[in-house]
Design a protein around this ligand. Sequence first.
Ligand SMILES: Nc1nc2c(c(=O)[nH]1)N(C=O)[C@@H](CNc1ccc(C(=O)N[C@@H](CCC(=O)O)C(=O)O)cc1)CN2
Ligand SMILES: Nc1nc2c(ncn2[C@@H]2O[C@H](COP(=O)(O)OP(=O)(O)OP(=O)(O)O)[C@@H](O)[C@H]2O)c(=O)[nH]1
Ligand SMILES: [Mg+2]
Length: 455
Amino acid sequence: MTAAHRDTIFALSSGRGRAGVAVIRLSGAGAGAVVDALAAPRPAARRVSLRTIVRPGSGEPLDRGLVLWLPGPESFTGEDMAEFHVHGGPAVISGVLGAIGEVGGMRPAEAGEFTRRAFENGRLDLTEVEGIADMIDAETEAQRRQALRQMEGALGTLYDRWRADLVAMMAELEAVIDFPDEGDVPAELAAGIGRRAADLADEMRAHMDDGRRGERLRDGIQVVIAGRPNVGKSSLLNQLARRDAAIVAERAGTTRDVIEVHLDLAGYPVILVDTAGLREETGDEIEREGMARTRNRLDTADLVVWVTSAPDMEEGSDGALSDAPVDSETLWVVNKSDLAEDLSALLKSCPGMTRAIPISALTGAGLDGLIAELARRAQALAGEGEHVVMTRARHRAALGECLEHLDRVVSGTISEPELVAEDLRRAAHALGRIVGRVDVEDLLDAIFREFCIGK
Ligand SMILES: Nc1nc2c(c(=O)[nH]1)N(C=O)[C@@H](CNc1ccc(C(=O)N[C@@H](CCC(=O)O)C(=O)O)cc1)CN2
Ligand SMILES: Nc1nc2c(ncn2[C@@H]2O[C@H](COP(=O)(O)OP(=O)(O)OP(=O)(O)O)[C@@H](O)[C@H]2O)c(=O)[nH]1
Ligand SMILES: [Mg+2]
């Protein structure tokens, strides 16, 4: 269906609730007629103009607001667009939305429909669409920077370049396939394609070997606080969250459910997870279930903060657990440092503990140092390097598929150019799905559902 035949859509694009100004957007062939009906005379294109906005039937004034007329194709969607910037009261908004609905051929937009039209009109590729969605969801500085890069096409440009490379290789092969009487595929052509495919495969592998940085930054870095019961894990969580998110109590085995709080650590999104204390033995069924949940979270953690306590160490326990999944990346914390007689002697007495961070969740001692170390670790896990990174599992899956075909080209026998061409075609197709250049109908609903109405 061409843009001209589609309905004109409209929506409140700013958030719901009382606000100073609300933005109502329209897109489609009828946008100009709406401006004429509600806010005549139609303003000059792309010029902000103050107008009295009226109900079209009765002429009753609804508000005095700013009106924009944005004729296509130089608009966000590529279609004719208009905007009403009105006062943000609920009655003003419903009044103006109602007035727009009175004009024939108008329909409220679905979630993401403006952006979907921009995509369908070729103004954005699918990675740029995802960048916009991430921009709206970004809660921290690093997330915003990553979203902005993707919105501006950094990822799409990279995948387009790779795809163009594959298409060029296909074209060279096609020339041979189309003229089979010329004999076998010339050796140097075969070697050339093999080399280029190998180079591209190397570049893709390096790109995929990114430690999931982009996905982590988008989803949040999972930091799991674990340790034996009663060492002060929940107290630490509450301190870092600056609120009483988890129940703290004197008796061991207080926490059973997994408790999450979201933190912004130096611009990095951290999901801090408090867990039930782990011990070898318990008769309590609920505690056992809590410990099972702890182990699940430890398995998928990006970073484990393993907490022990100074009194436990003084009793000769290093707080370790024979089968807990802790490794060299684990951050060791010694809590209740306020109760230690001689802290440095205590730390020295435990050989593995020299790099542990002593804190007191009660007095706050050592917490600044711990926060700084967590921020450093977060940056190491999800920090942006000089290379653009993928941000979604679907990117990784499609690249994996692409590489499978490419590897066959590299190792394959060039004596059957048709098969090589088919692998190149499939490799290009996998990349095409990431940017949305080839059959992606099945993906679109899922991607645009992520959006809010009005975007
Ligand atoms: N009021 C308002 N603010 C907004 C938007 C909007 O639609 N309305 N945006 C909506 O997402 C974002 C800005 N993004 C935009 C991207 C492209 C075009 C656009 O009209 N592009 C045309 C013309 C470019 C030009 O005049 O230089 C084009 O690319 O052809 C507009 C907004 C954020 N702020
Ligand atoms: N003196 C002192 N007491 C602390 C400190 N941190 C926690 N506590 C106390 O230790 C007890 C246990 O604290 P929690 O935070 O509930 O310990 P937990 O590790 O979450 O315990 P479980 O959920 O049962 O595994 C409470 O009485 C806290 O007030 C600390 O740094 N110093
Ligand atoms: Mg607890």
